[in-house]
Design a binder for this molecule. Structure first.
Ligand code: AMP
Length: 466
C-alpha cells in the first residue's frame, strides 16, 4: 500500500518521500486511517516498528487542514532522548508546513523551554515531570489542545509517571483526540486506556511483547568475572561494528566503557548521571560512527533511535522481559537486521527461562569460539563490581566485614564476585551448565559480514527504506 492511499496531506507526503520511506510500515497502515478519522487509538507496537510516524504524520495532516491558535498537540514520552527524537521526526515530516514544535524535558534550564512555549508552538513534546512543573500556572496555554499522545505508556507506567500524567491530563480539555502507544498491553495498561481514551480503536502489530523478528538472539553462558574478557573477545570481530551494550548500573556502564577504551575501542557511555548534553553528544558520536560502542543503562537508552546498530549486548541480563524487548528493539529497526547477544551468568538463569516461557521461544546458547573459559578473573578496579542483583526470594548473608581486616574473604569476593555470591545466596542455586534444550552448548563463530542479511528474518516487517 503506498503512502498516498492513506489520505495524508500533500506537503506531508512530499516530506515522507524525501525521508526515503517507500511504503508505510504495518503500524502506520493500520493506525493512520483511524487517526485521520479523529478516533482515539490504542497502538500496541514494539519499538522500531515506525510508530512515531504512525501518530506524527496524521496529526500533522489534521493540523494542516485547520487553523487555530496556541498549542494544539501534546506528546508525552518517558525520556529526554525519546522527546528529542520525536521532535526530530516532527521537524522532518513538517518541513513543508508552517508548524512549530517545542520540547520540554528535565536536566536542562527550563527558561528557554518556557520561552519557546510563549513564542507559540503548535506541537509540544514533553517528559511528564518537567511538563507538570511548567504547566502549573500556564494552564491557559494548554486549553486548546486537540491531540494528546502518550508514547511508550508501558515504560511511563514502569517509571512511576502515571500520577504526573493524571494531573496533566486533568488540566487538558476533555474534548480532544487521544492516542496511546505501548509495546505491551498489560492489565494495568488497559486500565489506563480506560481512564484516558474514549471508545478507542485498537491496532496491534506483531505478537504482544515478542521481540522484533528482525533480531537474531543468542545467549552466552559466562561466569560474571569473565564478562569483560568475553566482551573484548567478541569485539575482535569486525562484524560488531555498531554495538549498544546494556548494563544494570551507571557504575557498571562507566567501568565497561573505561575497560574498552583502555583496550583501544572507541566507547561512550550514557546514564542518568551524565548531563543531557553529555548524553546527546555520546548519542550523536555513536550515530555518526565516531564511537563503535555505546554503553547504556535501561533508562538512559530509552528511545535511542539510531539506525544501523549491528549488535545489542546484554552485558547484564535484564530482570524484566519488557526491558529485554525494548533493549533488543534498538537493533533490527525498521527493515534492518540485527543481533542481540546476552551474557548470562548463573544468577540470570531464572530470568532467561522466564523470558523464554513468556515469548514461547527458546534462545540458542552459544559458546564463543577461541575464548578461554578457564582464564582467571582480571585484576579488579577500585570501587568495582558490586554484588549481582538479588534474585526473587533470595536471602543474603551480610557482606564480609572488610573493616575487621578479613582480607582473605575480601580477595575471594572481589576476584570471584559473581560466583562468590552464589554461595552467599540462600543455597537454592544448582551449579550446572545449561546448554540448548538438548543440553549441549553449540560451538559457533560470530556471523559474517556487517549488515549481512540472514535468512528467515525480516518476515514481519515487510517494508523498506529507499
Ligand atoms: P520508531 O518505531 O518510530 O522508533 O521507528 C523506527 C525506525 O523506522 C526509525 O529509524 C524510522 O526512521 C524508521 N521508519 C519509520 N517509518 C518508516 C517507513 N515507512 N519505512 C522505513 N523506515 C521507517
Amino acid at each position: 500500500m503506498p503512502f498516498r492511499s492513506l489520505g495524508l496531506d500533500a506537503a506531508i507526503l512530499k516530506a515522507v518521500q524525501e525521508t526515503g520511506y517507500t511504503e508505510p510500515t504495518p503500524i502506520q497502515s493500520a493506525a493512520i486511517p483511524f487517526v485521520l478519522k479523529r478516533r482515539d487509538l490504542i497502538g500496541i507496537a514494539q519499538t522500531g516498528t515506525g510508530k512515531t510516524a504512525a501518530f506524527t504524520l496524521p496529526i500533522l495532516s489534521l493540523l494542516a487542514s485547520t487553523h487555530s491558535k496556541g498549542i494544539r498537540a501534546l506528546v508525552i514520552a518517558p525520556t529526554r532522548e525519546l522527546v528529542v527524537q520525536i521532535e526530530e521526526n516532527v521537524r522532518a515530516y513538517a518541513k513543508h508546513l508552517p508548524v512549530t514544535v517545542a520540547t520540554i524535558f528535565g536536566g536542562v534550564s527550563e527558561k528557554p523551554q518556557i520561552k519557546a512555549l510563549e513564542h507559540g508552538a503548535d506541537i509540544v513534546v514533553a517528559t511528564p515531570g518537567r511538563l507538570l512543573d511548567i504547566i502549573r500556572g500556564r494552564e491557559k496555554a494548554f486549553a486548546n489542545i486537540e491531540f494528546l499522545v502518550l508514547d511508550e505508556a508501558d515504560r511511563m507506567l514502569d517509571m512511576g509517571f502515571v500520577p504526573a500524567i493524571r494531573q496533566i491530563v486533568k488540566l487538558l480539555p476533555r474534548k480532544r483526540q487521544t492516542l496511546f502507544f505501548s509495546a505491551t498491553l498489560s492489565r494495568e495498561i488497559e486500565k489506563l486506556t480506560g481512564e484516558f481514551l474514549q471508545e478507542p480503536e485498537t491496532v496491534e502489530i506483531g505478537r504482544r511483547s515478542n521481540p522484533a523478528d528482525t533480531v537474531t538472539q543468542s545467549v552466552y553462558e559466562i561466569p560474571q568475572h569473565l564478562k569483560p574478557s568475553l566482551l573484548l573477545h567478541l569485539l575482535q570481530n569486525g562484524a560488531l561494528n555498531m554495538v549498544l551494550v546494556f548494563t544494570r548500573t551507571k557504575h557498571g556502564a562507566d567501568r565497561i566503557a573505561r575497560r574498552l577504551e583502555q583496550a583501544g575501542i572507541s566507547t561512550g557511555a550514557i546514564h542518568s548521571n551524565r548531563s543531557q548534553n553529555q548524553r546527546l553528544r555520546a548519542l550523536n558520536e555513536f550515530r555518526e560512527g565516531k564511537i563503535r560502542v555505546l554503553v547504556a543503562t535501561d533508562i538512559a537508552a530509552r528511545g535511542i533511535d539510531v539506525d544501523g546498530i549491528s549488535h545489542v549486548v546484554n552485558y547484564d541480563f535484564p530482570p524484566h522481559h519488557e526491558d529485554y524487548v525494548h533493549r533488543i528493539g534498538r537493533t533490527g529497526r525498521a527493515k534492518a537486521v540485527g543481533e542481540a547477544i546476552s551474557f548470562v551468568s548463573k544468577e540470570d538463569e531464572d530470568a532467561v527461562r522466564a523470558l523464554e516461557r513468556f515469548t514461547r521461544r527458546g534462545i540458542p546458547r552459544h559458546k564463543a569460539e577461541g575464548f578461554d573459559y578457564t582464564q582467571p578473573a582480571p585484576p579488579k578496579e577500585r570501587g568495582g563490581d558490586r554484588r549481582p542483583p538479588r534474585r526473587a526470594g533470595e536471602v543474603r548473608a551480610p557482606r564480609p566485614d572488610f573493616r575487621r581486616g578479613n582480607s582473605q574473604e575480601r580477595t575471594s569476593h572481589e576476584v570471584h564476585g559473581g560466583q562468590k555470591s552464589q554461595s552467599q545466596g540462600g543455597g537454592g542455586q544448582r551449579s550446572r551448565s545449561r546448554g540448548r534444550s538438548d543440553g549441549k552448548p553449540r560451538e559457533i563463530s560470530m556471523s559474517g559480514e556487517p549488515g549481512k542479511k540472514k535468512s528467515g528474518i525480516g518476515r514481519f516487517l515487510g517494508f523498506g527504506r529507499r
